[in-house]
Ligand binder design. Structure first.
Ligand code: CTP
Length: 439
């Protein structure tokens, strides 16, 4: 291994406040004679000049004890936020120039997977760095950068991560890696989409073998969800195409129907998310549009089953169910004549569900746009109190009257608040008026 120092890359790509926190850690580590390193994604991102504020530090020793040592050494500047003794990890916060900087500390650890798709079991903590590195996913994520004074900036690259990074190749570290943890396939998908990298030949062959093996019954749906979310939230057509074409979808469910026109569908999805981003208030839900596109033709029960398997929240499942329900009644919108019929079709649907519907029915763009740009925002100025004031008995009829007023407003039959009031009065049946004594 030839010595490569990443001084220039580190100085250029790490913000000053993080550098200061790292220097504090380095000083403390030297005092304790503990080797400490930046590790994983942050080292990768320093090399390729990508912003990354997830600072992972590995301590060749006990990271929890080191965290408390830092807190004692820098009172008022450093505090331990949380520790997990069983994992040998700690989160610490530095307060530098009134800014809070979070660092994750982990003891080096050796792990094994008792069976395929299981969670790893820690065999040893405080082991040497090499043992810690070989348990990881891809060579590009297996690099460490020394923070100790004598070797500051030194890149520790046992497995050729630097060259793979420069070549844009994703290589796993050993042939059982995907079998141990199939979510690494989705992580590979994420990195391939994020950085434009490709799986190396051997890694690709092992991915195909793993996906064909179907050995992921034990795979936790919440882990699949976490990785899938990150991959699809990047909003790249290539992510959906690869997810389908490379059979990665099998990790979610082996029976997801494969759309024929996946290439076009993927591009329409990417463009729709981009074009309608002003309507999407939470970019973190973008991934549900991609999932919705794949599941739009599925029965409610099947979507419920997948939602349960992936530990989706109620709202996340609603988006998928809502999208499928809209797609199934597409004919109603197709035949709609009035503005109110368009309104009623989409009323109360989540924007993500509406966009899935649009992606599957681009011929109905005008009506989707009409709803999102205009109809969705139309409100009437009268409410239940107004109806009581004009002498109506509270009851189910309130909803009907207000809906008729809204319908008239949406259909542009009335425009002003006075007209709404007049319209409501004309709708009132004399029997529904309040008795004088009740007033
Ligand atoms: N890792 C792994 N296998 C996994 C998940 C993570 O080996 N299934 C390792 C990788 O070495 C990774 C590190 O744990 O670099 C930290 O994981 P995470 O923070 O999820 O990944 P990053 O590489 O930092 O990726 P991102 O930039 O997407 O956060």
């Amino acid at each position: 291994m030839n010595n490569r120092y990443l001084k220039e890359e580190f100085e250029k790509n790490i913000p000053d406040r993080i550098k200061t926190a790292l220097k504090f850690c380095a000083e403390a580590a030297d005092e304790k004679a503990l080797p400490i390193f930046l590790i994983g994604g942050i080292v990768r991102d320093i090399i390729i000049s990508k912003k990354n504020f997830d600072v992972d530090i590995t301590v060749q020793g006990n990271a929890v004890e080191f965290a408390y040592f830092l807190q004692d050494k820098y009172p008022g500047i450093c505090r331990v936020k949380e520790t997990h003794d069983c994992f040998g990890t700690a989160k610490i916060l530095f307060d530098i120039n009134s800014e809070s900087i979070a660092l994750d500390l982990a003891s080096t650890r050796k792990e094994y997977y008792p069976y395929s798709s299981s969670l790893p079991v820690i065999e040893e903590t405080g082991c040497n760095l090499y043992e810690d590195v070989i348990r990881r996913d891809f060579t590009i994520n297996s690099m460490a950068l020394s923070l100790n004074k004598d070797s500051f900036y030194l890149l520790v690259d046992y497995l050729g991560g630097y060259d793979d990074l420069k070549k844009g190749i994703l290589e796993i570290l050993h042939s059982e890696s995907f079998i141990d943890d199939p979510t690494r396939i989705i992580r590979g998908l994420k990195f391939s989409v994020r950085f434009g990298y490709n799986f190396g030949d051997k890694t690709r062959r092992l991915m195909i073998e793993c996906l064909n093996s179907g050995r992921f019954d034990n795979l936790g749906g919440e882990r699949v969800k976490l990785e899938l979310k990150q991959a699809f939230n990047i909003n790249r057509a290539g992510c959906l195409s690869k997810f389908i074409n490379e059979n990665i979808y099998r990790l979610v469910d082996t029976e997801i129907p494969v759309p024929e026109n996946i290439h076009d569908l993927a591009h329409i999805t990417q463009n729709t998310v981009k074009d309608y981003c002003n309507f999407l208030h939470n970019p973190d839900k973008t991934w549900l549009i991609y999932m919705g596109v794949l599941l739009a033709g599925e029965a409610q029960r099947k979507i419920g089953y997948i939602a349960e398997k992936m530990y989706l929240s109620g709202q996340e499942e609603n988006i998928l169910q809502g999208a499928a329900a809209l797609c199934k009644k597409q004919e109603i919108l197709d035949k709609s004549q009035t503005r109110f019929e368009v309104y009623e079709f989409f009323e109360r649907s989540e924007t993500e569900s509406i966009l899935v519907f649009f992606i599957k029915n681009t011929n109905l763009k005008d009506k989707v746009d009409l709803y999102l740009n205009e109809l969705k925002n139309i409100k009437i100025s009268i409410d239940g109190n107004t109806l009581i004031k004009i002498g109506l008995n509270p009851g189910p009829v309130f909803g009907e009257i207000l809906k008729k007023v809204l319908k008239a407003k949406i259909n542009k039959e009335i425009t002003s608040p006075d007209q709404e009031m007049e319209f409501a009065k004309n709708l009132i049946n004399p029997n529904d008026r309040l008795d004088k004594n009740e007033l």
